[in-house]
Design a protein around this ligand. Structure first.
Ligand SMILES: Nc1ncnc2c1ncn2[C@@H]1O[C@H](COP(=O)(O)OP(=O)(O)O)[C@@H](O)[C@H]1O
Ligand SMILES: O=C(O)C1=C[C@@H](OP(=O)(O)O)[C@@H](O)[C@H](O)C1
Ligand SMILES: [Mg+2]
Length: 168
């Protein structure tokens, strides 16, 4: 079983992927971390050097070419499901889970904005407006996930139970 976690920046994909993988005793793959390791630079530096379009192409290639173990948990970047046929591909190759949060909940989790090039320099008010607008564009992709669940207070055991229920 491959579990793909999707959702907006700050919803907890990277953190929950590690927790779920711990519970399942399986490997965790964070696509952003794989890109950082392969490119030898941070996501922010990659954006600055090559631009967003190049990053989208790279994450698409990485998503599809990675040699996934049979059982694993995959944390995607917040934009990944919204480009090319990535969402469709994840639905064909595993169980997709949308970790949902309200815009104010997301703002409260996004302290480290310099690490995320799309959020660089924003104050709380600008960030809230940005999130509301971007979610409007992105929700159509995120909602293609097999399971949608609010992740603000979600403990990994409950998340795993919900995923197991889905598998039937
Ligand atoms: N349960 C939690 N309670 C408080 N802060 C959390 C919790 N889970 C994650 N965070 C923090 O929220 C931020 C976003 O989490 P992260 O896993 O990086 O999200 P994503 O990968 O979806 O962008 C990080 O600073 C992380 O430390
Ligand atoms: O939403 C996005 O477009 C992005 C989200 C980031 O990942 P996180 O969602 O883990 O922050 C990272 O891939 C990049 O900064 C772009
Ligand atoms: Mg992440």
């Amino acid at each position: 079983m491959k579990i793909f976690l999707v959702g907006f920046m700050g919803c907890g994909k990277s953190t929950k992927a590690k927790q779920l993988a711990n519970l399942l005793e399986c490997p965790v793959i964070d696509i952003d971390a794989v890109i950082v390791a392969q490119q030898g630079m941070s996501i922010a530096d990659y954006f600055a050097a090559n631009g967003e379009a190049a990053f989208r192409k790279l994450e698409n290639e990485m998503l599809k070419s990675f040699d996934y173990p049979e059982t694993c948990v995959v944390a995607t970047g917040g934009g990944l499901p919204c480009y090319f046929d990535n969402m469709e591909w994840m639905n064909e190759n595993g169980i997709t889970v949308y970790l949902e949060m309200t815009p104010p909940q997301l703002v409260s989790r996004l302290h480290n904005r310099e690490k995320r090039p799309l959020l660089k320099g924003m104050d709380d008010e600008q960030l809230l407006a940005f999130i509301i607008g971007k979610l409007e564009e992105r929700n159509v992709f995120y909602h293609q996930a097999k399971l949608s669940i609010n992740s603000f207070d979600l403990d990994p055991k409950t998340l795993l139970e919900e995923i197991d229920r889905l598998k039937g």
